[in-house]
Design a protein around this ligand. Structure first.
Ligand SMILES: [Zn+2]
Length: 53
């Protein structure tokens, strides 16, 4: 999982909306990229997601 402007995301990626991205991140083995904003953004969202939609 990458941010839109991450160099590591180049090629073969599927662009998804944020809610879809969250759903993807919930899947086993899927990790947010730490080279771009993905980890920061979705990490924060997932931590906040415990009971607060
Ligand atoms: Zn990335």
């Amino acid at each position: 999982m990458h941010g839109h402007d991450c160099a590591h995301a180049a090629g073969g990626g599927v662009e998804v909306e944020n809610l879809q991205a969250l759903d993807v991140l919930m899947r086993p083995g899927v990790r947010a990229c730490h080279h771009c904003d993905a980890a920061a953004i979705f990490g924060a969202v997932l931590q906040l997601g415990g009971g607060h939609a």
